[in-house]
Design a protein. Structure first.
Lengths: 114, 112
């Protein structure tokens, strides 16, 4: 069965530190990849997505992610985090083609200390 | 500003009671999803519909949960009878084909 793994469950950083959150998926075919963010008490919002083309994807709020097909990975990065980035981050995958069933990873809770 | 609307936002009920959660997807979206979020399990896909037809409800406990789309503007998730382990936040989301998934604000359910 298709699965999504996020290795870091809880990350604590100081402001201005660099961020990298890991995401790996198990499906071997064509995939569409997403990162969603959930701020405290709010619903999920899309940060960025990859369907095809340039494997380095830029999203909102200075986030970017790199799709490395050989490693089945789609890691999220930000060069300098802010306190307002405190949130839970979810990696998600759908199989390319007709289906759009979105499978989420378990999430990474990021706490940024001022 | 198009958005997914869920009701109720909060629900506290006693074990054994019926609970119905409603979702109005974004107009024009043809796929509707129900997710459940808990601390222990994270985000679990319960069921999803395309063009009002159920495509996959394998994540949903069949004995007590049911999901329907009476029309294109309404999706419902019903739990009967509810149990304390059903306490969670239930999110509805919608999209068009394989596009971005838009989430509602969620329905926070507490079963005592």
């Amino acid at each position: 069965a298709q699965s999504v793994s996020q290795h870091n469950h809880h990350v604590i950083l100081s402001e201005a530190a660099s961020l990298e959150l890991g995401c790996n998926y198990s499906y071997g075919g064509t995939v569409n990849l997403f990162w969603y963010v959930q701020y405290p008490g709010q619903h999920l919002q899309l940060l960025l997505k990859y369907f095809s083309g340039d494997p380095l994807v830029k999203g909102i709020k200075g986030f970017e992610a790199e799709f490395i097909k050989s490693k089945f990975s789609f890691n999220l990065r930000k060069p300098s985090v802010q306190w307002s980035d405190t949130a839970e981050y979810f990696c998600a995958v759908t199989r390319g083609g007709a289906t759009n069933k979105l499978i989420f990873g378990t999430g990474t809770l990021l706490a940024v200390q001022p | 500003d198009a958005r997914v609307t869920q009701t109720p936002r909060h629900k506290v009920t006693e074990m054994g009671q019926e609970v119905t959660m409603r979702c109005q997807p974004i107009l024009g979206h043809n796929t509707v999803f129900w997710y459940r979020q808990t601390m222990m399990q994270g985000l679990e896909l319960l069921a999803y519909f395309r063009n009002r037809a159920p495509l996959d409800d394998s994540g949903m406990p069949k004995d007590r949960f049911s999901a329907e789309m009476p029309d294109a503007t309404l999706a419902t998730l019903k739990i009967q009878p509810s149990e304390p382990r059903d306490s969670a936040v239930y999110f509805c989301a919608s999209n068009l084909h394989t596009g971005e998934l838009f989430f509602g604000e969620g329905s926070r359910l507490t079963v005592l």
